[in-house]
Design a protein around this ligand. Structure first.
Ligand code: F6P
Length: 571
């Protein structure tokens, strides 16, 4: 593997793309009119996902040049390097093997990395997670009073929260009746306080999920949860006020997921109630590792297995399908096209599926923690713009909030629209004229939005509606606003796995073009360290306060004045 990233801006393809962009006058109306096959020619399939790229600002030449760029930056070699376990996470000297988490049992040839049989390790943990999930689901796992678990509370943050919560919300119809999973992530005490307030400790199981088991938020919340458990069980007369009784309560009501099993034991959780994973799984790439234990309990091993199979199908696609038909490669290259040649700063992801309401939040960590970098993997400065801002909300809510800017703002915002053919709840509006199927109304909005963004509305069309001349400009839609439409038959566990893997690999492709290490996250460290340094000042230490800069000191002063002035407010 080459240690020096190719500078994409020096490649012939980059020069050609620059000239191509300068010469391009996008006209999707004209392009579609001139080429009746355009939709078909630019539609691709990956697994169950139907991906229509035709409303992007592309021609055959554009795709050809982007594919040349992929070749000239060595994308194929880098994909192979990742999948085979090379240490492509250079700054942490680690392999990047989230794809190994979803290899089917018995896959051949076996994956051996750094002398370790990865397949056997993965299967061993998965079996343990599945056995535990079955115990909880069947009621065989009981709390200290002998009652089965009704509520699982996952305590974790970042990748130890966003993936499981997103998937739990997405797969609600697959959750076993009588089981609920809640998620606590924020160190804002409101989060844990309100999440457990109405829970019965006797039927609550906490999963402390932390790759490092050092994360301030998670360990603080885990301690708060433990204190809550002990207090509430004691109040109910369920445990004695002894160390032994408290230890037994932890053993029955706490399990952990981590790569640091020694730290799990130090917290008081029996290592036999801990599920491991490995440093080659990045936090934001970990929802299909043991970090997904809460999800595996909720939807069960069969559905979790289907989720993994969905991921794997897209991994195979990435590895084997020629780039011209390779969806993650094409979508990653399109993102590069918009960021580097069209100057796009952001990218919207707009799921027309209420169950995917946390998908944009999940993608924010995946994409921005991965590609928000200014240096390349060899430490040299990035040679072009890197990670764009990913954001979004489910449709149609977004339509009534920010779509105005996507339709008529001065900035280009490429957008991915995602929808399922089958609704989770096939409701008919029986009291409305024509008794419309509500999912059809919903999807009509999806189709309408991508159409409006692509084809717009001309001044002539606006005038033809009898609009007063002075108002015409405000009612014109420029069109030529790029979108990708992704559809699948239904939001099954497999389809969810496919969607997530698709975006994982899109992110990877972009990182390779830019020559960055998409798997480290040094940018989150400074703030964490400063928070610990500032904490004494916030707690009232005058010397620590004096050591702060004037702005920070002023803010802490404001806090101290108001918090200390009304101590009763805390009661
Ligand atoms: O602070 C960022 C981060 O390191 C993420 O990359 C990670 O997903 C999150 O914190 C949580 O880390 P952990 O799982 O080790 O608690």
């Amino acid at each position: 593997m080459s240690r020096t990233p190719v500078d994409p801006t020096t490649t012939p393809a980059w020069q050609a793309l620059t000239a191509h962009h300068e010469a391009m006058t996008p006209d999707l109306r004209e392009w579609f009119a001139a080429d009746p096959q355009r939709a078909q020619r630019f539609t691709r399939t990956v697994g169950d996902l139907h991906v229509d790229l035709s409303k992007n600002l592309i021609s055959d030449e554009t795709l050809g040049l982007l594919l040349e760029l992929a070749e000239q930056v060595g994308l194929a070699e880098r994909i192979e390097a990742m999948l085979s376990g090379e240490h492509i996470n250079v700054t942490e000297d680690r392999a990047v093997l989230h794809t190994a988490l979803r290899r089917p049992a018995g896959a051949t040839p076996p994956l051996v990395v750094d002398g370790q049989d990865v397949d056997t390790d993965v299967q061993g943990v998965l079996d343990k997670v599945y056995a535990f999930a079955e115990q909880v689901r069947s009621g065989a796992w009981t709390g200290v009073t002998g009652k089965p678990v009704a509520t699982v509370v996952n305590i974790g943050i970042g990748g130890s929260d966003l993936g499981p919560v997103m998937a739990y919300e997405a797969l609600k119809p697959f959750v076993q009746e009588g089981l609920e999973v809640r998620f606590v992530s924020n160190i804002d005490p409101t989060d844990i306080a309100e999440t457990v307030a109405d829970l019965d400790p006797a039927t609550t199981l906490f999963i402390v999920a932390s790759k490092t088991f050092t994360t301030l938020e998670t360990l603080t919340n885990a301690r708060l949860a433990r204190a809550w458990l002990w207090r509430r069980l004691a109040e109910a007369g369920a445990i004695e006020d002894t160390d032994e009784a408290r230890a037994e309560a932890v053993a029955k009501h706490f399990v952990a997921v981590s790569t640091a099993l020694d730290k799990v034991a130090a917290f008081g959780i029996d290592p036999s109630n801990a599920f491991g994973f490995w440093d080659w799984v990045g936090g934001r790439y970990s929802m299909d590792s043991a970090i997904g234990t809460s999800l595996a309990i909720a939807i069960g091993p069969d559905a979790f297995g289907q989720l993994l199979a969905g991921f794997h199908a897209v991994d195979e696609h990435l590895r084997h399908v020629p780039f011209a038909r390779n969806v993650p490669v094409l979508m990653g290259l399109l993102n590069v096209w918009y960021v580097n040649f069209w100057g796009a700063h952001t990218h919207a992801v707009l799921p027309y599926d209420q169950h995917l309401h946390r998908f944009p939040a999940y993608l924010q960590q995946l994409t921005m923690e991965s590609n928000g970098k200014s240096v390349r993997w060899d430490g040299s400065p990035a040679t072009t713009q890197t990670g764009e801002v990913f954001w979004g909300e489910p449709g149609t809510n977004g339509q009534h909030a920010f779509y105005q800017l996507i339709h008529q703002g001065t900035r280009m915002i490429p957008a991915d629209f995602i929808a399922m053919a089958h609704p989770a709840h096939p409701l008919v509006d029986v009291d409305a004229p024509g008794r419309p199927d509500v999912h059809e109304l919903f999807l009509s909005n999806f189709f309408a939005q991508t159409k409006a963004l692509a084809f717009g509305k001309t001044a002539d069309e606006v005038r033809a509606e009898g609009t007063a001349a002075a108002i015409v400009p405000a009612r014109v839609f420029s069109g030529n606003r790029p979108t990708t439409s992704i559809m699948a038959p239904a939001l099954t566990p497999s389809v969810l796995g496919q969607l997530v893997a698709l975006y994982e690999h899109i992110t990877f492709v972009q990182g390779i073009v830019w020559g960055i290490d998409s798997f480290d996250q040094w940018g989150v460290e400074l703030g964490k360290k400063l928070a610990l340094e500032i904490a004494p000042a916030v707690a009232g230490d005058r010397d620590a306060l004096t050591a702060q800069d004037p702005s920070t000191r002023g803010l802490i002063d404001f806090y101290l004045t108001h918090r200390r002035a009304s101590p009763d407010a805390d009661d």
